[in-house]
Design a protein around this ligand. Structure first.
Ligand SMILES: Nc1nc2c(c(=O)[nH]1)N[C@H]1C(S)=C(S)[C@@H](COP(=O)(O)O)O[C@H]1N2
Ligand SMILES: [Mo]
Length: 394
């Protein structure tokens, strides 16, 4: 239901005592603190963006993103977890509730895989009007090598009661969002959680997880937007009804307006990005490229299948890109294309298609939270006759 309140309420102040914990139709908690805007970036957005950094797009040249360059999202504070006292507790609708220490988990058969994680809000700031939240441009995506144990291995030990419908994953971090205090919790349908390659990861790129990426243990859900991959994991509960926590029910929804219950955000939509060619101008970051043959490189991924093709658009003319070898089922796929760059200003676009028949839209599909924007990247570049030390911009 639409209400007057919806248009001028603030998330950082409490609406009223009766509204604090039990949301009603007239006080639906809002994941974002302000209405979408066409205005300038605010102080809160700048602060969020400096805590939750992007992967610089030149890192698209790397098959695996170095840990310190992997994009980062923390809703609240990084929790300090004592790895000796820490236990993973599995309970709820299971046959045998159990607790595991980090040493228990590390002693089991390990599995490693390259997984592309992308934040569901990646591309948010390119929408008009712009939802006010973490103001991603393109860099909310990275690919690390994750090592741990398959979730299904532990669930086989604890067993699941036949009435279990979802698993709820809880992180050790807590905060307020939508005016409600809660731990970061997300659920997956039982089938998605125990089929697939869902991993309980304790290493990233061969090293113990860094504090900001979920030390000592995190979930990695290949193919799903990043919100599913709960960090600082300390509980898994099997539940017999759909989970209604804030991060499930109100955040990560494809909504048309604040009161639209919306559809849940799940898998990663097909997308490609290009590493910037040439060398950048410091302040504008515009790429400056010398005339002649230039190799354009990038990566493409999809949570719905494998990448089938990538096209590169140069001033509106499409060229097919060459695809690198597919690297596992869950890591992005490299692509390249040779461009005969001619002097002047140009627009470069890349557009991927997956083997489920999904193709990137040319224009973003707007939604209220700025989720899952997989529109093509448009890169404005300048080609000069040559570029050497001392070359001046025109
Ligand atoms: N416990 C917890 N898990 C979390 C989050 C969080 O804030 N708390 N953020 C989620 C979101 S929105 C994303 S996109 C990914 C980002 O993972 P990364 O920071 O390792 O890149 O973590 C997810 N897991
Ligand atoms: Mo995210």
């Amino acid at each position: 239901m639409r209400t007057e309140e919806a248009h001028h309420q603030s998330m950082t102040t409490t609406a009223g005592p009766a509204h604090a914990a039990e949301p009603t139709a007239s006080s639906t908690p809002r994941p974002h603190a302000a209405e979408p805007t066409t205005g300038e970036f605010g102080r809160e957005e700048v602060l969020l963006a400096s805590r939750n950094h992007a992967m610089p797009l030149e890192l698209l040249r790397w098959e695996r993103t170095p840990a310190g360059m992997h994009f980062l999202v923390m809703h609240w504070d990084v929790p300090m977890v004592d790895p000796v006292a820490w236990r993973l507790k599995i309970g709820g609708a299971v046959v045998e509730p159990a607790e595991f220490s980090l040493a228990d988990l590390r002693a089991r058969d390990r599995m490693s895989m390259g997984v592309t994680l992308e934040c569901a809000g990646n591309g948010r700031s390119l929408l008009q009007p712009r939802p006010v939240s973490q103001p991603w441009v393109h860099g909310g995506v990275s690919t690390a090598e994750w090592t741990g144990i398959p979730l299904v291995a532990l669930m086989d030990e604890t067993g699941l009661r036949p009435d279990a419908v979802e698993l709820v994953f809880s992180g050790a971090d807590r905060g307020f969002q939508g005016g409600v205090a809660h731990a970061y919790e997300r659920s997956l349908p039982v089938r998605a959680a125990v089929s697939g390659d869902v991993l309980l990861a304790y290493e990233m790129n061969g090293q113990p997880l860094l504090p900001q990426h979920g030390f000592p243990l995190r979930l990695v859900v290949p193919g799903w937007y990043g919100m599913a991959s709960v960090k600082w994991l300390d509980r898994i509960d099997a539940v017999t009804q759909a989970f209604e926590g804030f991060q499930q029910r109100f955040a990560y929804r494809l909504q048309q307006d604040a009161d639209d219950p919306g559809e849940p955000v799940t898998r990663i939509r097909v997308r490609s990005l290009m590493a910037p060619p040439g060398i950048p101008d410091f302040f504008s970051r515009r790429p400056i490229v010398p005339a002649g043959a230039t190799k354009l490189r990038g990566r493409a991924w999809s949570g719905y299948g494998l990448i089938k093709s990538v096209q590169v658009g140069i001033d509106g003319r499409w060229l097919p890109a060459q695809l690198d070898e597919q690297d596992g089922r869950h890591a992005w796929r490299g692509w390249s294309c040779v461009w005969q760059a001619e002097e002047g200003d140009h627009e470069l676009i890349c557009r991927a298609e997956d083997d489920a028949g999904n193709i990137q839209p040319l224009e973003p599909e707007w939604n209220y939270q700025g989720m899952a924007n997989n529109a093509v990247q448009r890169l404005q570049v300048t080609v000069l006759p040559s570029v050497s030390d001392g070359t001046a911009l025109p």
